[in-house]
Write a protein that binds this ligand. Sequence first.
Ligand code: ARG
Length: 460
Amino acid sequence: MKLWGGRFETGPSEVFERFSGSLHFDKRLIEADIRGSQAFARALERVGILTADDRAALESAFEEILRESAAPDFFTGATDEDVHTLVIRKLGEKAPAQAAKIHTGRSRNEQVSLDTRLWLRGETERIQALLVLLLGELLALAQKYPAAIIPGFTHLRRAQAVLWPHYLLAYFEMFSRDWERFEQARVRINVLPLGSGALAGSGFPFDREAIAADLGFAAITRNSMDVSADRDFVLDFLYAASVTMIHLSRLAEDWILYSSDEFGWIELADGVTSGSSLMPQKKNPDSLELIRGKCGRVTGSLNSLLMTMKGLPLTYNRDMQEDKEPLFDAVDQTAMSIEMAAVVAGSVTLRPEVPASAADESWVVATDLAEALARAGVPFHSGHKLVGRFVLESVRAGKKPSDWTAEQLTAFAPEFTADMAALLNPAEGMKSREVAGGTGPGAVAAALVAAQQRLVELRR
Ligand code: ARG
């Protein structure tokens, strides 16, 4: 069936039908399409196009279609152009007289926006809930080893010692901001477009605020041409999803490294790893690799829609139908990746002694020494140079920081004092980093408490 055709002498070519049909993917929107149409039927009753009986007949016919759509073969063989057309065809089979009126003053241009918004609002909330799950797992993993020390990296070279929970809380921050980004996207998604008509505004005096209240939208759109032309609420979602995936892929990369034989810091549970068909000893971090891989796919979806929208003349163009497959795929992949990351985080065991000795064996304490000199009045540039020479000497002698005694340190240069030797232990220098947001043990303990409180708020 078509929702148009009067003006045509011949029907569409078979190739064009195959090329342009969207039912095979937009069928996902069927529930949103029906809920939106039921609300529209109520609006049509309020403006006097439908009687109460018409409206009731339509509402129950819609309900029946929704029930039937759960059957596995519901869409099999359907040749309708899109889901909106299919729903109206089914409606015509159940309540023909009333079905012929349902599209009064309504366009698919606003309907597709409405359906996408209704559906995406729910999916955004689902993804936000999954992020909260992940935040909980990261926090639990941080609390499990509150005093573990790891070398923090810059350039993937050991830089300064940090607490393990400090490292994990960095990701807690990223994923909390992702939650906020989805919340901001949700606010822009949660706006009612209905009443806009094809582009010029509906020809019927709908109380759009009432329709918004009916469908749980927080506001109504302000310009009908904007509605037909706009997909930036989808772009907002895709951007939030892309940044989340980038954060996930960085976490994945960290843990792929940290669980390797070369690092040996963490162990991933059997349940999230795979073996090799040839090499019997292998335990591969495939779950994390797939998260990292899917990041490319989701950011690709964002780019795909950005390119689709670029340069489109106002208002609706059929190009915009190309928004759905990238969006649906991004929703699926992002939701699954967050869920997977939460399970992996729950499965991680830290071997605290391994990163601790990585910190001990390296010169992650060098900055602590240079800063101690500065505190004692040595200009930082001079102290930096002096510690650099001490590190060079140590590297030449094949010594690690703990191989030096207080006597040897003070003998190296008069600026060093015996008490500074304590800083050759990474756990000591860390205590000077109690600045807000730093890795000082007190600052980290407070950050853990604050993160816990934020999690409690997010769970509400
Ligand atoms: N399937 C179409 C889409 O997703 C629905 C809107 C059709 N509107 C039109 N003017 N052809 O964009």
